[in-house]
Structure formats: structure tokens, C-alpha cells
Design a protein around this ligand. Structure first.
Ligand code: MRU
Length: 342
């Protein structure tokens, strides 16, 4: 299986996702600034993968630290954490992973026989644990969600919630891979996902590689595909889920949930526990990233709007829990309206 991120010889190796589907380019990253740039520019993207990358970035900064004392190491790590936290605001997995890394560091402060080497090993272990746990969570989401897929289903997905967005086999797409493994027959429609085309560039790339019967559509064809191509369910990922079940995901997701309700088809969110933000009550509190105007004025490198156009470019929207049929996590399938497991 493709590994979008790996730890090798004290470096982070990642796939530069901005180059897909044209080039599968692995980048070797040995410093935190390169990693932060990669997250900001979406070379590394997808909520769970951003969390894994943040953990590894913290470990990388520990390995690179010249601090000879706990205080010296902590100073370097606090600086790294601050830089990582400033990369992207919406995916809570980033903050979840860094909170976990900082807690690990705090535990080490009480060690009577601690040494920089030992602290660094413990920090690296925590980062690698996050990576391995993500793989397991993805597999469990796939197993839990596959039961919802029936022969003859036509599934619509948005953005990329697959192998490239996680350390494992994805969230929404993990369900698709698991259903295929179980021998189920179904079709997938993938939205191209303007403006950065994660659907056409990434989802189509990995679905074709994994021999899934997939068809690409432009975002504005979703309603037509639901009506005329018999879409039976929509499954997407999430970047942050509030306590009441409101879920932020790639811009355009909310519109799909409205369409699902109108057409009477189920709308599912698939996400690991690390995407649930227990500190916030509702979607109103989810910070939504707004990105630069060039992403809309240009399509790839071609200018497709007047340069002085006013632009609104939110990277995510929030789907209210009332429009979500169920949330599929590594623990099970949770029906939102009744807050009960099905
Ligand atoms: O801007 P991106 O590409 O990082 O946005 C990614 C998404 O919106 C995904 O759907 C989400 O992170 C879930 S990934 C399993």
C-alpha cells in the first residue's frame, strides 16, 4: 500500500500531494520549517495525516535539538509546536496530536534518571504510536462502515478521505476498500472538489489504483448525478466534529448533505476519534480556514478570473448534525439524531 508519510533514518518522508496525479514524488524532510510549509501548501493534507505529520514533526524537532537539559529540549519543542499549530486551523487532529506530544514531554520531566537521548526516544515512540494507531483506526472504520454498503449501491464522495489523507487506508474510502474486499459490487462517484481538486487529483488516483469502479464529476454535477445516476448514499470524511455532531469538512460537503436530505438518501461522515473535538459544543465554534484568492482566480496555472476579482475562499464548511445520518468511527456506527449506536 502507498505510504503518504513515513519515518526513516531520523527523517520524515512524505508524498508531495500537490504533484499528484502527474508525479509520485517522495520528499525527504529533515527540518520543521519544511514540514510546516508542506502542511500549509497541502503537500501533506487530510485531517488524520496532518495529525500524524505534526507528531512526527515534534519528534523530528526533538531529534534535531541540541538541548542538553530538559529545559533546553522543552524550549526547542515549544517553538516547534507553536509553528506547527499555526499551519492550518480547522483539522483538530493537528492540535490533538500536539497536545498528546506535549503531555508525553511533560511526563518525562519527573524522571530522576532522564537524559536527552532517553527523552528523545520516548518522544519518537509517541509519534510512531500515533502513526500506528491511525492505521488501526482506519481499518476499524472500514470494517464498521462496510456493513452499510449493499450490492448495487452508488456512493458519492467528496474531497479525499482515503489512503492519502491518513497513515492507513483512509476513512470514507476505507469503507469502500473494505466493502470491495468483502466482494460487494457498487459504483463510486467522486466530486472533483474545487478549488484544489483533491477529488479529481487524489481520490480518482487512488480509487483507480485500487480497482474501484469510480466516475469523476465536477462539483456542480452532484445533484444531477444523485437524480440521474441513482446515487444511493454519500460518504465523506471530516476535519473536526463538535460534541453535538456538527461536522466540518471540505467546502461543498454541506451542500451535499442538503442534497441528500432533499433526495432522501443517507449522508454519512467517517472519521477517527482524533477528529472529535470534545471541547466544543457545536459547529459554530469550529474555526474555518480561509485561503488565498489565487486558488480561485487561477485553475492550476491558468488564470480563469479577472485578477482584481473579489474572492471568498473558505476551505471548509460545517454540516449541521441534523443532516447527518450517522457518524462512523473506529468504535462503531453512531446515529446522530437519536445518539445511539446502530
Ligand atoms: O484541505 P484538505 O485537503 O486537507 O481537506 C481534507 C478534507 O476535507 C478531508 O475530507 C478530511 O480531512 C477528512 S480526511 C480523512
Amino acid at each position: 500500500m502507498i505510504e503518504p508519510i513515513e519515518w526513516k533514518d531520523n527523517k520524515i518522508i512524505f508524498i508531495d500531494q500537490t504533484e499528484l496525479p502527474v508525479r509520485l514524488n517522495y520528499v525527504m524532510c529533515g527540518d520543521i520549517d519544511t514540514l510546516c510549509e508542506a502542511i500549509k501548501k497541502l503537500r501533506i493534507r487530510g485531517a488524520p495525516l496532518i495529525g500524524v505529520a505534526a507528531g512526527l514533526g515534534y519528534a523530528l524537532s526533538a531529534i534535531n535539538s541540541k538541548g542538553k537539559t530538559y529545559r533546553g529540549l522543552k524550549k526547542d519543542l515549544d517553538r516547534a509546536s507553536k509553528k506547527l499549530r499555526a499551519t492550518r486551523p480547522t483539522a483538530v487532529n493537528l492540535f490533538w496530536a500536539l497536545d498528546r506530544m506535549e503531555k508525553t514531554l511533560a511526563h518525562l520531566s519527573g524522571e530522576p534518571h532522564g537524559s536527552p537521548d532517553r527523552w528523545k526516544r520516548a518522544i519518537l515512540k509517541e509519534a510512531l504510536d500515533i502513526l500506528e494507531e491511525d492505521k488501526k483506526m482506519c481499518a476499524a472504520i472500514g470494517r464498521n462502515g462496510a456493513g452499510l454498503i449493499k450490492n448495487g449501491d452508488v456512493i458519492l464522495t467528496h474531497c479525499n478521505a482515503g489512503i492519502l489523507a491518513t497513515a492507513g487506508q483512509g476513512t470514507a474510502l476505507s469503507i469502500i476498500y473494505e466493502a470491495k474486499k468483502q466482494g460487494k459490487r457498487f459504483k463510486v462517484y467522486a466530486d472533483e472538489t474545487r478549488p484544489l481538486m483533491q477529488g479529481s487529483r487524489l481520490t480518482m488516483w487512488e480509487l483507480i489504483k485500487n480497482r474501484i469502479d469510480a466516475t469523476l464529476i465536477c462539483d456542480n454535477m452532484a445533484a444531477s448525478a444523485i437524480k440521474n445516476k441513482g446515487v444511493t448514499k454519500i460518504i465523506v470524511g471530516a476535519d473536526r466534529i463538535a460534541r453535538n455532531g456538527d461536522a466540518a469538512n471540505k467546502i461543498g460537503t454541506y451542500g451535499l448533505a442538503v442534497l441528500a436530505k432533499h433526495h432522501g438518501i443517507p449522508f454519512y461522515i467517517a472519521a477517527p476519534g482524533s477528529t472529535i473535538d470534545r471541547n466544543i459544543k457545536s459547529g459554530r465554534d469550529i474555526p474555518i480556514e480561509e485561503r488565498g484568492r489565487k486558488e480561485i482566480i487561477y485553475t492550476g496555472s491558468k488564470q480563469t478570473a479577472p485578477l482584481d476579482s473579489k474572492v471568498y475562499n473558505p476551505a471548509f464548511d460545517v454540516t449541521p448534525h441534523s443532516l447527518i445520518t450517522a457518524i462512523i468511527t473506529e468504535k462503531g456506527v453512531y446515529e446522530i439524531k437519536r445518539f445511539r449506536r446502530v
